[in-house]
Design a protein around this ligand. Structure first.
Ligand SMILES: O=C(O)CCC(=O)C(=O)O
Ligand SMILES: [Fe+2]
Length: 323
């Protein structure tokens, strides 16, 4: 069932039927979801992470048929969204982090600073080819796509800003001990997809997995422990935070389609957002994204792409090394 539904959503010839797709902006119309109360008495921690809306305004949902799945509908401010998008494009795909760019197709300058080199492309063709070639970057423990194993010798530092962000969401959901140790940033040009899989590479499979969506909207399929089970389709929009915890941590999931429907805000930032200081982000970048000239290339990129940050804990509690 999973593969069939994946194929239907992926089919380029058809506009997907969104009637059966859960839309968290229309929660009352949908009996597949229910509202979930969050424990947001962490105001002090929150004040130290700029770029998030006040937690009392967050809307959070669970899925009736998929215990363990939690979705927080865009808790970010507009400046916050811009910050994380530019981190994913400008900074994260750089050494010592690993990127997918093939050494036979791209020289060292592009592979070590893709975003900078993308802005320097001379022709439209070269720009487009370079833009869509970036599909993932890994950091913390690097995910090995072939062996599906992590290795103590294959690590790069986990960025402090993303670590803090994940630990904050984890603590609000009651996972005080969560340690962000491995991340994959997935880049999805419109037209790309990610087929059904289970994330079982981590020795620690009981810690939740945190997934952040930015830019264009994804149709996300969440299934069961076998491909026989019928998946539920969700719309994941810019800023949405999806948590796979408990039973759902080892369930099949996929991204069959990216919808080009998100209008990127390319205007001055709203004035009413309280995005005052802190030391947990790169505050120069946080300032800069408010400048339209600075923000323009990032805005152009996400006009037809989606970005997903996928964060996992690798080690079991108390475990210090893998091998
Ligand atoms: O892009 C997404 O929402 C999911 C990505 C994913 O499942 C993965 O990286 O394992
Ligand atoms: Fe996954």
């Amino acid at each position: 069932m999973f593969k069939l539904i994946f194929k239907q959503f992926k089919a380029k010839s058809s506009t997907p039927d969104l009637n059966d797709v859960v839309n968290f902006d229309k929660p009352l119309k949908d009996d597949k979801i229910c509202e979930h109360r969050l424990n947001t008495c962490h105001k002090e921690d929150l004040q130290r992470i700029p770029g998030l809306k006040s937690p009392s305004t967050w809307r959070c949902y669970k899925l009736r048929n998929h215990p363990g799945i939690v979705v927080i509908r865009n808790p970010f401010t507009e400046r916050g969204l811009r910050y994380w998008i530019s981190r994913c494009l400008r900074d994260y795909p750089r050494p010592p982090n690993i990127v997918n760019l093939n050494e036979r197709l791209f020289d060292e300058t592009v592979r070590s600073d893709w975003w900078k080199e993308l802005q320097r492309c001379q022709s439209k063709e070269d720009f487009q080819r370079t833009k869509v070639a970036m599909r993932w970057t890994t950091f913390g423990y690097h995910h090995d796509w072939d062996t599906k194993h992590y290795d103590d010798r294959m690590q790069s530092p986990f960025p402090e800003d993303l670590s803090r962000l994940c630990r904050l969401f984890a603590s609000i959901l009651g996972y005080e001990e969560f340690k962000p140790e491995a991340a994959i940033v997935n880049y999805y040009p419109v037209g790309s997809s990610l087929s059904g899989h289970v994330d079982y590479s981590e020795p620690n499979q009981s810690a939740p997995l945190f997934s952040f969506s930015f830019g264009q909207t994804a149709i996300f399929l969440i299934g069961g422990k076998s491909l026989e089970e019928t998946p539920t389709a969700l719309l994941l929009q810019s800023g949405d935070v999806l948590i796979m915890s408990g039973e759902s941590r080892l369930c099949y999931h996929a991204v069959p389609r990216i919808l080009k429907d998100h209008k990127t805000l390319n205007s001055a930032l709203p004035k009413d957002e309280d995005d005052s200081g802190g030391d947990s982000l790169d505050m120069d970048l946080f300032e800069q994204v408010g400048n339209l000239h600075f923000w323009q290339p990032f805005s152009d990129y996400i006009a037809d792409s989606r970005i997903n940050i996928n964060v996992r804990q690798v080690l079991k509690p108390g475990q210090l090394l893998l091998n």
